[in-house]
Design a protein. Structure first.
Lengths: 328, 301
């Protein structure tokens, strides 16, 4: 039944896209020849009738809001009432505030930390899962749990796990002999940023693992055989065969996880630390959120929104280019 | 799935045939490796599943046991009391009902829009349809928080605030792009030849889609629908600003309301979390093979 290709994961899926772009599907569809008259001309529009409802929704949900945010960042900021042209005032105000620069710093640390952690853990998990062993299916399902557990209850239980007095994280540190007094996870600026990062990496690493796992399957077995014949040991095989073979996947993962960590992730900070203590976990997206919906400073919110949008667009362009090259 | 492609590697490691003795020898020499590896696998699994397990343990204990230190790894006197108490003391029944309604309607509407769009992108390879596919992917790169600012205003002016229909619209936006991509690869798998045969028999495109392609893609469509359901079930950020009246709360908002009141009825809070979390997890495990690839574009958090 029509399920087979969908069972292929991430990367394989990308491959598929192009093969059939030039594949038999193309040739078989009778394209209306020019000059066939009314029928032919109508037939050309058929795909657009199929696309129309979805495209309309996407324009309403994504197109219009993106443009509106940019437009509003140049207006005086009130949620209701008349807005006047404000030029670059919103941005000037932003660049003058220390809170903004603090958020830039936090965002940078958070993004770099989250991408690094996600990639490393994801790669390690994929390497462990590469060989078949008894219970592999169960392990696979378990590793995917963070990815599918709804984030709100997950963050709630992490908050309790990070509790400085009764939390099991500190208990674990004590048992392992790392820290006898424990860490005040959520109330000490550095530790708070670390806890937000831990939750975020916990959340995202399964995705990287799955992508790497499907990437590993695209490396031809002959390469491993050849390396082994040449006397390469495990570490050398990883260094000379596995890592280069995964370069494309890594590139795509880095860009994707960057886009997510930079742009989409704020639920964890919002719930776990509310950006505190002392703004230590306030990222740009969280700042936008609280400017808009807690302080009602629409000017500041849209100005940050525009910046976030612009920076995301750079990474997105990178990702879409790499994904396309990966296709070809 | 992946296990089938990894098969050759498995065969190499498995003792068998004429190489029996040498493999057995090698296995023995590798025992420490295998053990270390198993330990790491266990550590990974522990890291991944512990929060869910901890929700379970906490839900099965009593309020008094909560402040036990060192924490007990297993429930000592497991009781379902927490489930009963949270049911009577909060509106969780109402929240879950709302969530279920919103998620189901979202799933149906998303499919209704995504199926024709995905079919068009899969079957007509023109510049227009490939641009549509590209734009669909590009929406996933836009930070949702940016979209929320203008969307909130629009929702207010359309009276979609404090209204379950408003949530459906919002969730539809989040679920639609990924759904289009999942369904596109589902439709790619349906052989064009069968459709061509039907067209020769006089079916038009819509009839082909309804009578041939859809019945052939049932399980893929089910997976896509479940994906939309999960997205809507979990949505929090936009929901949080769209809904304030408690009778319109959904699960994510209800659970989030427990933050900051960690002292009160903690086992009940965990019981509620478990009930809320378990459905998407089970549904996902049920159809996971379908959409790990589609997830490439579909994460919000």
């Amino acid at each position: 039944m029509g399920t087979d290709p969908t069972t292929r994961l991430g990367v394989a899926d990308h491959d598929e896209r192009t093969t059939d772009r030039t594949g038999p599907a193309d040739a078989r569809i009778p394209t209306p020849k020019p000059g066939v008259g009314m029928r032919g001309r109508l037939a050309v529009t058929v795909p657009y009738w199929f696309l129309a409802p979805a495209l309309l929704a996407l324009i309403l949900g994504f197109g219009f809001p993106s443009i509106d945010v940019i437009r509003r960042s140049f207006l005086t900021g009130a949620i209701v009432g008349a807005n006047h042209w404000a030029g670059l005032d919103n941005f000037r105000r932003l660049f003058a505030s220390s809170e903004f620069w603090q958020a830039v710093r936090v965002t940078l640390i958070f993004t770099v930390g989250s991408v690094t952690g996600t990639i490393i853990l994801g790669f390690a998990a994929a390497m462990l899962m590469q060989k078949t062993f008894r219970g592999r299916g169960a392990v696979r399902s378990i590793l995917l749990v963070p990815w599918v557990m709804p984030l709100v209850p997950a963050t709630l239980v992490w908050q309790w796990m990070f509790d400085s007095q009764y939390g099991c994280v500190n208990y674990l540190l004590k048992v392992l002999g790392i820290s006898a007094h424990g860490v005040d996870w959520l109330n000490q600026p550095r530790a708070a940023l670390a806890s937000v990062l831990i939750v975020q990496i916990w959340r995202n690493f399964p995705f990287a693992a799955v992508m790497y796992l499907s990437g590993l399957q695209t490396i031809p077995l002959e390469q491993y055989e050849a390396a082994r014949v040449d006397g390469a040991n495990g570490a050398k095989i990883i260094w000379y065969i596995t890592l280069p073979g995964l370069r494309q996947v890594t590139r795509m993962l880095v860009l994707l996880v960057t886009i997510w960590s930079f742009g989409t992730s704020l639920t964890v900070m919002l719930l776990l630390t509310s950006g505190g203590p002392a703004n230590a976990t306030q990222t740009l997206t969280l700042l936008t959120y609280s400017d808009a919906f807690a302080r009602y400073d629409y000017g500041a919110a849209t100005a940050i929104g525009t910046l976030v949008l612009a920076i995301s667009a750079i990474f997105a362009a990178g990702y879409l280019r790499v994904a396309r090259r990966h296709d070809a | 799935m992946p296990s089938s492609t990894a098969e050759p590697r498995l065969r190499r490691a498995r003792p068998g045939g004429g190489r029996k003795r040498s493999t057995a020898l090698r296995n023995a020499r590798r025992l420490p490796f295998t053990l270390a590896r198993a330990l790491v696998v266990v550590a990974f699994c522990g890291f991944a599943i512990f929060p869910l397990y901890w929700v379970l343990v906490n839900a099965l204990q009593t309020q008094a046991e909560r402040y036990r230190y060192p924490p007990e790894l297993f429930p000592i006197h497991p009781t379902l009391e927490a489930f009963r108490s949270i049911w009577t003391s909060t509106g969780i029944g109402q929240w879950l009902t709302n969530t279920f309604i919103v998620a189901s309607v979202t799933a149906v509407l998303t499919l209704a829009m995504a199926i024709p769009a995905a079919y068009a992108i899969s079957r007509w390879r023109t510049r227009g349809t490939s641009l549509a596919g590209f734009l669909t992917l590009a929406t996933q790169m836009i930070p949702p928080v940016v979209l929320m600012l203008p969307l909130f205003k629009v929702f207010v002016s359309l009276h979609l605030v404090n209204n379950l229909s408003g949530l459906v619209v919002a969730d539809l936006f989040w679920a639609l792009p990924v759904n289009i991509w999942i369904l596109k690869s589902v439709f790619d798998a349906v052989p064009v030849e069968i459709e061509d045969a039907a067209r020769v028999d006089g079916c038009n495109r819509l009839e082909v889609l309804l009578r041939i392609t859809l019945p052939m893609s049932k399980s893929g469509i089910l997976a896509a629908g479940i994906f939309a359901f999960i997205v809507a079930w979990e949505e929090f950020l936009l929901t949080r600003i769209l809904v304030t009246t408690e009778s319109k709360w959904v699960g994510s908002i209800g659970i989030a309301s427990f933050f900051g009141e960690l002292g009160t009825n903690w086992p009940g809070v965990m019981a509620a979390s478990l009930v809320f979390a378990i459905l998407p997890i089970v549904l996902f495990m049920f159809v996971q093979r379908h959409f790990v690839g589609g997830f490439a574009g579909g994460v919000k958090g």
